[in-house]
Ligand binder design. Structure first.
Ligand code: F6R
Length: 242
């Protein structure tokens, strides 16, 4: 594992964008695994800035997102498609046909999960998977559980995740109860993993994920077993690390 200590959120975002940029420059047809949430927003802003300055070209890049709420249309402001479109895709020259996100409107969970695994296989896998870290150690929507889920699956969101996400919805009842997510096995197949973490509220779970036992009760702890993981975290998030 490589660990970068960033001063703050801004520096974390710049460093993460450096790592993604170097891949896009060295491998213009790379496959980026992307995440949503508040942590990667600064990274996406930085990538957009570099594209606007002529440093980056996304015309051959493909992407595969980690997850999507089940039951939300793409144009729902809380869907992850909407997030990706507005925070990254519409600002750069990535071809929308090369972007992939689970289809939240597919009611047949099994069919959608198998389709999404096939999409990733057809891309020859993900070159670099960007991850944020949930307060309970979740990655994607892989919540603490008795076993690591291997492939893309449909999850029932935990009370703590519904609670954390309700700030984005008008009413708690509007927060979807299920989501499609890449499995832990799907994530672990990525050639490189980039975990970005910011803020003191993530310090405990980051310490457990990196230094605690590898257990499905802390899904991110599995990253200790991946052979090419880079963590970019700010000082606040690293404050519990010795
Ligand atoms: C989002 C995702 C989630 C988030 C995690 C952290 O696609 O997969 O696992 O990365 O919930 O969210 P933030 O960054 O909002 O703290």
């Amino acid at each position: 594992m490589k660990l970068y200590r960033a001063k703050d959120y801004k520096e974390m975002s710049r460093k993460a964008a450096d790592i993604i940029s170097s891949l896009v420059i060295l491998k213009p047809d790379c496959v980026l695994g992307l995440a949503t949430g508040s942590t990667p927003i600064g990274t996406y802003e930085e990538l957009v800035r570099r594209y606007q300055n002529g440093v980056l070209d996304f015309s051959q890049v493909c992407s595969a997102n980690l997850d999507e709420y089940k039951g939300l249309t793409r144009d729902n402001e809380q869907s992850y498609y909407y997030f990706m479109y507005n925070n990254l895709f519409k600002h750069v020259n990535i071809k929308l046909k090369n972007t992939n996100i689970p289809n939240g409107m597919e009611p047949d969970s099994l069919e959608e999960c198998l389709r999404y695994e096939k999409v990733i296989d057809c891309l020859n896998g993900v070159d670099l998977q960007l991850l944020g870290l949930g307060h309970n150690g979740h990655i994607g929507f892989n919540e603490p559980a008795e076993a690591f889920e291997k492939i893309t699956h449909c999850v029932d969101l935990t009370a703590s995740t519904i609670e954390a996400n309700k700030r984005f919805f008008e009413k708690e009842e509007d927060v979807p109860r299920q989501a499609y997510t890449m499995g832990i096995g799907t994530i672990m197949k990525a050639k490189k993993i980039l975990l970005i973490v910011s803020g003191e509220d993530k310090a405990d779970i980051l310490q457990k994920s990196l230094c605690g036992p590898v257990t499905p009760h802390v899904p991110a702890s599995i990253l200790q077993l991946h052979n090419d993981v880079t963590i970019v975290a700010d000082e606040a998030a690293l404050s519990r690390m010795k």
